[in-house]
Design a protein. Structure first.
Length: 160
């Protein structure tokens, strides 16, 4: 938790299982009681992502859980800000935001393929670079996501 306490922003990430965040991530949420009591993450920038085996997989339910957690921690949630991809006849699975959500990044992995193929190519983008670029003018407490050093932007992926 010390690393997270010292960061300017935290990107939460987890798998979606049965329409909910993973049990591993739920355990993390419960361990975040002390930072909540002490308001140690207040005014930090937050974002998030999730992945599941199905195209939909009820990933939006997981993103809602991440947003609610960030709000309970008094953080500022920032969505991804990408236009939808793969929603026209010339679209492709390699399009950024191919599953079309704005609350956070979502990905889909075929259950019968190994990690070298999952998630799909369109979901394997450098989300931090895009997030920073899209947030260059998003300020809070005089900080921006773009001027937050990479060492102070913590990506928390509890399912890695």
């Amino acid at each position: 938790m010390k690393t997270l306490d010292g960061s300017d922003a935290i990107i939460f990430g987890c798998a979606t299982y049965m329409g909910s965040v993973s049990a591993i991530f739920k355990a993390f949420l419960e361990k975040a009681y002390d930072p909540w009591v002490d308001q140690r993450w207040k005014d930090k920038i937050a974002g998030g992502f999730t992945n599941s085996g199905s195209q939909n997989g009820d990933k939006l339910c997981s993103l809602f859980q991440l947003v609610i957690f960030a709000m309970q921690m008094n953080m500022f949630w920032v969505g991804i800000g990408d236009p939808p991809g793969n929603n026209w006849s010339g679209g492709d699975v390699t399009d950024i935001n191919r599953l079309g959500t704005w609350l956070g990044a979502i990905g889909q992995s075929n259950g019968d393929q190994g990690s070298e193929f999952a998630p799909s190519a369109g979901d394997r983008v450098d989300r931090k670079a895009i997030w920073d670029e899209n947030r260059a003018d998003h300020t809070q407490n005089g900080k921006t996501a773009a001027n937050t050093s990479p060492s102070r932007l913590v990506k928390l992926n509890s399912d890695a």
